[in-house]
Structure formats: C-alpha cells, structure tokens
Design a protein around this ligand. Structure first.
Ligand code: HEM
Length: 376
C-alpha cells in the first residue's frame, strides 16, 4: 500500500474508534439486510449483548496500528482464524464483510468521507482480509474433517445443576484431540429464527466412548440462552448433532514443566482435558477450582480422581469466598492456565501478578469473545 494511503488510514482511525459502536451497528444492520443467510453464522445472543459486534469492527480498527507491518498481526489473527475455520467462514465471505464495514465507516465519517479516504480503507481492508484468508486456508487444509458432519449422541450426563456433558460418535471420521480445543455445533432449534452455531470445549482427550464436550445452561426466563436450553432440554441420546472439526489455540505448551491450572465455574471444561494431558505427560501440576457451591460443581468424580495424582483445591465461593492471593503463594514458578468468565480471568490475572507471577507465564481463555485481541 502506498505510504500516503497508510497516512490516511492512520489519520482517520482515532475518529473511527471513537464512533466504533456506530460503525458496528450500521455494518451489521446493512450486512444482515442484504445477506440474511449470514444470520445463521453469527451468534444472535452475542449480537444483542454487543460483545462480538464490537470485536470484529474494533479488530479491523486496532489492526490499523500495525499497518506498516501487517505480518505482525498474524499471531493475534490465529485465535480468531480458528473460530472462523470452525464456523466455516470462507474467502468469499470477506468481500461481504468489507463492503458493509465500509458503509459503516462512511456513515461515521460523514462529509469527511472523500473518495480518496474510502479508497484507502477499501484497499486496507483487502490487505487485512488477505492475512486472515491465508491463515485460514492453512487451517482448512489440516482440519480433521471438512465442514459439518453428523455425530450421534451416545451419552448425556448431568454433571451439575446447569452443566451437561455430551458424548457423541461418528466412526467415519478420525481425529486427534488436543486438550483445550473446542468443537462447534450447528443446531436448528424450533423457537429460534435461524440455524445456530456454538463453540463448546472438549472436556476429555479420552475418546474411547466418543468425543466429549460440556454445555452450560445459560440464563433463565427472558434472558435464557435459547441454544443452550435447546441442548439441555431437547437434544437426547440417539439424536444427531452436526459438528465441525476441533479447533483452538488454547493448548498446553509441553516445553513447560510445572503447571498451575485455575478454573472458575464452567471454565473447568477445557481445563479437565488439560489436566488429563498434563498427568499423562507426567508433568508436575496443581489445580485450583472456584465454583459457587456443591450443586453447581461439575466433574466431581473426575476431580476426585485427579486428586490422587496431583494437588487439587476446590473452593466454594458461597461459603469460602473467592480465590485470593494466599491461594497462590509459593507457586510463582509455575506456568498458569486459566479458564472462566472474562470477569473471573481479569480478577485472577490481577491477583497472580500481585503475588509475583510473570505475565508471560499466564495463559488464559475466556468463555465468550476475546474483546481486544489485536492490541499494542
Ligand atoms: C468472530 C474479526 C471477518 C464471521 C470474530 C471475532 C473477531 C473477528 C475479533 C471474535 C473472536 C472471538 O470470539 O474471540 C474479524 C475480522 C475480519 C473478520 C478482523 C475481517 C478482516 C469475518 C468474515 C466472517 C466472519 C468474513 C463471515 C461472514 C465471524 C463470526 C464470528 C466471528 C460468525 C463469531 C461471532 C459469533 O459467534 O457471533 N471475527 N472477522 N468474520 N467472525 Fe470474524
């Protein structure tokens, strides 16, 4: 890209970031009007809550900081690209997103949106899109299978008041699971206007009985997550679920030797598989788990079994309080893997850095979109 065009992009980013929410609103509105088929792909609950809508547009704006060296954004692109691959986002979708994002940008810039500025944005979007497309092409080539394939539900275990584990089977595909990965389920609930895609973490690397993942029932009443309620209430043993191949980059680094696993609530799901993998690799590991109370506590038997191999500490927040500094003292030399809500993770990262853990040794995976994936 010519340098004067880069200057145009850089000069317009602050104003656009200030009105990012407007860009996002206009972008989604126009895109779904023109391409209602894309409603199947996007999580309509996240749309309402406003997390993912912000994530996509803000990522494009934030990436502009690296406009002089777009290769630098590749590491940050990888996590998003895993999600895109799992959702079956294809190269032909990029121009659609680009065209409608530009409508949003034009609206925010108003009279300032000269043809020169809009040209520069169009070209720049094309460059970012190409980075994503290239990374995703590589992922499509190595995925365990193409698109969505049917799996039979062979087991459904109620693990706690609001978490169910599904075991699903398809003997025609082969897969090699890594702890920390997720699968993506495509369902079509009757009382939902579109098809829906949801990512659910794999909770075991053991596939003797099939592939296992866990689903939390989200919300209640008017605020119910339609899809998770459908999964809990309507999907039964013997039913078929469409799954795309395992994805994700929240994986154990086997070059590290001493682990501390921390999970909150349903965040235990990927961590269970990670502990299994760490124990199998004979790694020195500890596990600290925070959950509201006994009723909400999933994987009780599995955690008990882990307790025979490694240190396991379970804290019920209703009666024993939240995890705090003293829970982590003396463990500062360990590599940490955290999973839980965004709020839980932010709290943990703060406590751990105050205790003296190095930020670079703290790996985390939020449940829900990562908001500022590409930043400074
Ligand atoms: C998710 C960025 C293009 C569909 C996301 C997320 C980001 C993002 C940051 C959130 C990731 C997370 O949850 O951690 C981008 C950027 C793009 C782009 C920068 C262009 C350069 C596309 C295209 C499509 C698409 C072309 C398909 C039409 C989605 C969907 C999700 C997603 C469906 C998941 C959101 C949900 O579940 O509602 N993207 N994206 N994205 N993206 Fe993209």
């Amino acid at each position: 890209m010519e340098s004067h065009k880069k200057e145009i992009i850089k000069a317009t980013v602050p104003a656009l970031e200030q009105h990012g929410t407007t860009i996002t609103k206009v972008f989604y509105q126009t895109m779904f009007e023109k391409h209602p088929e894309l409603l199947d792909m996007f999580n309509q609950t996240n749309q309402k809550v406003g997390d993912q809508p912000k994530a996509l547009a803000f990522t494009v704006l934030q990436a502009a900081r690296h406009i002089d060296d777009l290769e630098a954004i590749v590491p940050a692109v990888i996590g998003i690209a895993h999600k895109h691959r799992a959702l079956n986002v294809k190269p032909e979708h990029y121009p659609i997103v680009g065209e409608n994002l530009l409508v949003g940008i034009k609206e925010v810039l108003g009279d300032a949106a000269t043809p020169e500025i809009m040209d520069a944005w169009e070209e720049y979007y094309g460059e970012i899109a190409q980075v994503f497309i290239d990374v995703e092409n590589g992922m499509y080539q190595t995925a365990d299978w193409d698109g969505f394939v049917p799996f039979e539900v062979v087991k459904k275990d109620h693990l706690s008041d609001d978490i169910v584990r599904y075991t699903v089977k398809n003997d025609t595909v082969e897969y090699d699971l890594r702890a920390g990965q997720y699968i993506t389920v495509k369902v079509d609930p009757e009382d939902y206007p579109n098809e829906a895609l949801r990512h659910y973490s794999i909770c075991s690397i053991n596939t003797d009985e099939g592939l296992q993942f866990a689903v939390k029932k989200e919300g209640s009443g008017e605020k119910s997550g339609v899809v998770s309620h459908y999964m809990h209430d309507d999907v039964k043993v013997g039913d078929t679920l469409e799954l795309s191949a395992p994805a994700g980059d929240f994986l154990l680094n086997h070059e590290e030797d001493k682990f501390l696993f921390i999970a909150g609530g349903v965040g235990a799901t990927p961590v269970m598989a990670m502990i299994e993998e760490a124990i199998a690799a004979d790694k020195d590991s500890k596990f600290i788990y925070s959950v509201q109370n006994e009723g909400m506590h999933p994987f009780k038997d599995e955690m008990k079994a882990f307790g025979e191999e490694i240190d396991v500490k379970i804290k019920y927040s209703d009666t024993e309080g939240y995890l705090t500094h003293e829970d982590f003292e003396g463990m500062e030399d360990r590599s940490v893997y955290i999973c839980g809500s965004m709020h839980f993770m932010n709290a943990m990262i703060k406590v751990l850095t105050e205790v003296g853990f190095e930020e670079e040794n703290i790996h985390f995976e939020p449940f829900g979109p990562k908001m500022s994936v590409i930043g400074e």
